[in-house]
Design a protein around this ligand. Structure first.
Ligand code: MYA
Length: 415
């Protein structure tokens, strides 16, 4: 159902841009070439050792003062527990964060979501960094990090997960982003952490893997009306609605919402499952409680409790990330669910994910999105997901991984 052929010049341009991106091996990255990250020229160099690119320096040698900003701007640390500050970050992102290639949709992370994303166990307020205009005090840029333990093969590495890098539209292309990145790096170093993980839609030196988003229509009429998808060839609206129809209730006996007392069992299930991937988070019970216990309109988690043995055998989860629909008369928000962590040990993964689609539909989501990571490829086509046109590149900072991974070798989902 999704874009098979370019429909107009702007779509053609975006395809050309992506092609140019994909051959960006020869393109200059004035900032990224100075950073301890895998460089394009080193691709295929199998002799370089896996692990940190630069050794940590003594903490006393970490720069003690913030980097310089252009004189009209100043640093601010954003306390997301403050209703006012959280609202300012929310508004900056709502108006200036990531859009699709055709500028039809823009991510609209909710305030509750931002608080959840930025307050995991052990978070540092100092890693939630804003830039204000000195005169008006208006927030014009943001970057954030949260601590995480990420396993690469058999090493567990303390990292920062960097997200929500945003520069106001009116301040773009002034090299502010490298200053934000250097400042968050400095503040991460001050906590004696020397590695980071991040994702981006753009190609930078150099991805550890490149993933694709797939989309499963839950409300096909709205998706077509707002231009998210198009009516397939030889399809009518009523045939399309029928194609995507789902049962009213999940099919698996014992399928229910995750609760606090499930945290130990879910942690065991998930740790065991994630151990098969080359890169994956090293979740303990505190992490599972934070990241996977259901939070209204932020994250949903379900599991299968065997009706006979009461054993927890399967688990699925998705997070809520709406997008603003730019310039549509009838609709302002696209309600999207994003597949998070799923583990099937007894129920077939296909059936488990079909139940996830059913509960997402019950909760009135318009679309269910999933990356082709972990074992997701095994259900995407059969459950009528269609490939999206955007790619998501995964990166690690100051850690070399010998070969580029297949997306199915990745066990990490960033928000
Ligand atoms: S990904 C989401 C990024 N946000 C958006 O896409 C929102 C809309 N766009 C914007 O707000 C701006 O366009 C941004 C760039 C802020 C993205 N990741 O200031 P500039 C490089 C990394 O003139 P602007 C997310 O949040 C670019 O290649 N670098 O450009 C994860 C160029 O460098 P080089 C990026 O457009 C973020 C330089 O910036 C990105 O005004 C992970 C140009 O700067 C990008 N997404 O602003 C950050 N986009 O010349 C890295 C552009 O070398 C974290 N650039 O090519 C690294 C780890 C840090 C911690 C380490 C701890 C040890």
């Amino acid at each position: 159902e999704t874009n098979q052929f370019p429909k107009d010049d702007s779509e053609l341009e975006s395809i050309v841009r992506k092609f140019q991106d994909s051959i960006s091996v020869g393109k200059k990255h004035k900032f990224w070439e100075t950073q301890p990250v895998g460089q394009f020229k080193d691709i295929g160099e199998t002799n370089l050792p896996e692990g940190p690119i630069e050794a940590p320096t003594p903490l006393s040698e970490v720069k003690q003062e913030p980097y310089n900003l252009p004189s009209a701007y100043e640093w601010t640390t954003c306390d997301m527990n403050s209703e006012d500050t959280c609202n300012e970050v929310y508004i900056l992102l709502k108006n200036n964060y990531v859009e699709d290639d055709e500028n039809m949709f823009r991510f609209n992370y909710s305030k509750e979501f931002l608080r959840w994303a930025l307050h995991p166990p052990g978070y540092y307020t100092s890693w939630h960094i804003g830039v204000r205009a000195k005169a008006s005090k208006k927030l014009v840029a943001f970057i954030s990090g949260v601590p995480a333990r990420i396993r690469v093969r058999d090493e567990v590495v303390k990292m920062a997960e960097i997200n929500f890098l945003c520069v106001h539209k009116k301040l773009r292309s002034k090299r502010l982003a490298p200053v934000l990145i250097k400042e968050v790096t400095r503040r991460v170093h001050l906590e004696n952490i020397w590695q980071a993980a991040y994702t981006a839609g753009v190609v930078l030196p150099t991805p550890i893997t490149t993933c694709q988003y797939w989309h499963r229509s839950l409300n096909p009429k709205k998706l077509i009306d707002v231009g998210f998808s198009r009516l397939g060839a030889r399809m009518t609206m009523s045939r399309t609605i029928k194609l995507y129809k789902l049962p009213d209730a999940p099919a698996t006996p014992g399928f229910r919402k995750m609760e606090l007392h499930d945290v130990p069992a879910v942690t065991r299930l998930l740790r065991n499952y994630l151990s098969q991937f080359i890169v994956a988070p090293d979740f303990d019970e505190n992490d599972v409680e934070h990241w996977l216990l259901p939070t209204e309109d932020v994250v949903d988690s379900f599991l299968v409790e065997s009706p006979e043995t009461h054993e927890i055998t399967d688990f699925c989860s998705f997070y809520t990330l709406p997008s603003s629909i730019l310039g549509n008369q009838n609709y302002s928000t696209l309600k999207a669910a994003y597949s998070y962590y799923n583990v099937a040990s007894k129920t077939p993964l296909l059936q488990l994910m079909n139940d996830a689609l059913i509960v997402a539909k019950q909760k009135d989501f318009d679309v269910f999105n999933a990356l082709d990571v972990m074992q997701n490829e095994s259900f995407l086509k059969e459950l009528k997901f269609g490939p999206g046109d955007g790619q998501l590149h995964y990166y690690v900072y100051n850690y070399r991984i010998r070969q580029t991974l297949k997306s199915s070798e990745l066990g990490l989902v960033l928000l």
